[in-house]
Design a protein around this ligand. Structure first.
Ligand code: EPU
Length: 435
């Protein structure tokens, strides 16, 4: 299993480029199921979750080509030959975003058999909103042997009000509605940039959608969608993580190829903590932190609020800030897995309840052997290790590889001392690079 060895102490200086958004790409890779034509996606990040989705689609009979090169990262997806609308447990268990194929499969094929995703490290993560919405659209869903069996003669437009705001739930039903008969109105939708990215692709494929990026989305169903080409947004969470890395190391970092408009809450928080953030043109930000950092409270919310996917990284930053920072996690019920590892590195963090913690800083962090428990917890530990005294060893970095493209190379390029031990994942990927 790969490990990162990180020696802390170097300020990050220079320019680092952000990859395409993993969570946009995962939704956009499910959209081609809705058509028999080819869909081309550009700016696909080279991360493990994307490879998992390629396997998921390929197992159904789709042709998927992932090509990574210096100039572009591209996926060519042709779901024309898709004949087996089944998402097997073996693949679904490794990636919860697999639930995203349920809506498009039943819309195009009339039936689907999709394994129920299990719980995961950060919470139970039910998919009841996906099921309830599809049932309203005329899908009969039976649950047996851990699988959902979904069938319909023809999807019908419906009025759906989400009980909770869900990102992939909004995406799943949105995709299904594009091929439904009549109009679907969805209320209490997620407003994340990943939704607008998906809607841009669906619109290019011929879908009729209004209101993306607001909490009410209207979809006028069409009988057929066609092929399209689409460029994925930059990854706002990777960008936020890199900005936090610049601040925690008291560096001077330019984060390029990002969309600052998607980073309002993290930028405001960095500024509140005393970092200086300058927007450079429309796609770069410069982060500088030379003085003391100040404590700030963070409360995670749906977009445009502070993202849950940045909570761990901000907690690492808060360990270096003067005063008490209150951190509240409102989206997932078990997303403090990084805390015990940060504490082992010398952080002063008290968990008040399962969704709120108090960080007292600044703490002198000392390098330690720590364990990554999920994707964003890994990012939190990388940040802590970048300022810890000595050499930290991060185990289970395969979690990090799910969502950050060659992060060690990017960080090394701006002065971090980080290396990977046992580069199994990269070796496997070299084998599948196709131009
Ligand atoms: N929820 C339900 N029922 C549902 C769906 C969700 O109760 O049917 C609850 C969840 O349990 C959770 C809340 O609603 O408490 C929000 O969950 P949501 O469905 O929005 O999360 P998701 O769509 O499964 C996506 C991202 C996550 C990100 C969340 C929140 C993808 C593939 N994943 O998950 O990304 O944290 O939205 O923004 O888009 C990550 O990248 O590290 C990651 C976990």
């Amino acid at each position: 299993m790969d490990k990162f060895v990180i020696r802390g102490g170097n300020p990050l200086v220079g320019t680092v480029r952000v990859s395409g958004a993993k969570n946009s790409a995962l939704a956009c890779m499910a959209a081609p199921i809705l058509t028999a034509d080819e869909v081309i996606l550009e700016n696909i990040p080279q991360v493990r979750d994307i490879e998992t989705e390629r396997r998921l689609l390929a197992a159904m009979g789709a042709e998927v080509e992932l090509g990574y090169g210096r100039a572009q990262h591209r996926a060519k997806i042709n779901c024309g030959p898709l004949t087996k609308p089944v998402a097997e447990y073996e693949i679904v268990k490794t990636m919860r975003a697999s639930a995203l194929v349920l809506g498009p499969l039943v819309a195009r094929m009339g039936w689907a058999r999709v394994s129920m995703p299990g719980g995961c490290a950060i919470g139970a993560r039910p998919i009841d909103q996906h099921i309830k919405g599809l049932e309203k659209m005329g899908v009969t869903i039976a649950q047996e042997h851990g699988y959902l069996d979904a069938r319909t003669d023809r999807l019908k437009g419906a009025h759906i009000v989400f009980d909770v705001i869900t990102v992939t739930g909004t995406e799943d039903l949105l995709m299904a509605a594009t091929l439904a008969e009549g109009e679907t109105v969805m209320e209490n939708c997620a407003r994340e940039p990943e939704i607008t990215d998906l809607v841009a692709l669906l619109t290019a494929m011929g879908a009729k959608i209004e209101g993306a990026g607001t909490s009410t989305i209207r979809v006028r169903g069409v009988s057929k969608l066609h092929g399209a080409k689409h460029r994925i947004n930059p990854d706002r969470i990777e960008a936020g993580t890199l900005m936090a890395a610049g601040a925690i190391t008291r560096g001077d970092l330019i984060v390029s190829n990002c969309n600052p408009a998607h980073l309002g809450a993290p930028i405001a928080k960095l500024e509140e903590m005393g970092a200086r953030v300058d927007r450079l043109g429309h796609d770069s930000v410069r982060v500088r932190a030379d003085g003391a950092l100040r404590a700030a409270d963070v409360s995670t919310e749906e977009y445009p609020g502070f993202p849950t996917d940045m909570q761990g990284q901000f907690m690492a930053l808060a360990t270096q800030a003067e005063g008490v920072s209150l951190v509240k996690e409102n989206i997932f019920e078990n997303r403090f897995m990084h805390v015990q590892e940060l504490v082992r590195m010398g952080a002063n963090i008290k968990i008040d309840s399962n969704n709120s913690a108090r960080v007292l800083g600044p703490a002198k962090l000392s390098a330690a052997a720590v364990m990554c428990s999920d994707l964003r917890a890994s990012a939190s530990l990388v940040l802590a290790a970048l300022v810890a005294d000595g050499e930290s060893i991060l185990d289970r970095v395969y979690h990090m590889d799910r969502g950050y493209e060659r992060i060690e190379e990017k960080l090394r390029g701006v002065g971090a001392q980080i290396r990977r031990m046992g580069n199994i994942f990269a070796a496997r990927e070299e084998a599948m690079i196709s131009g």
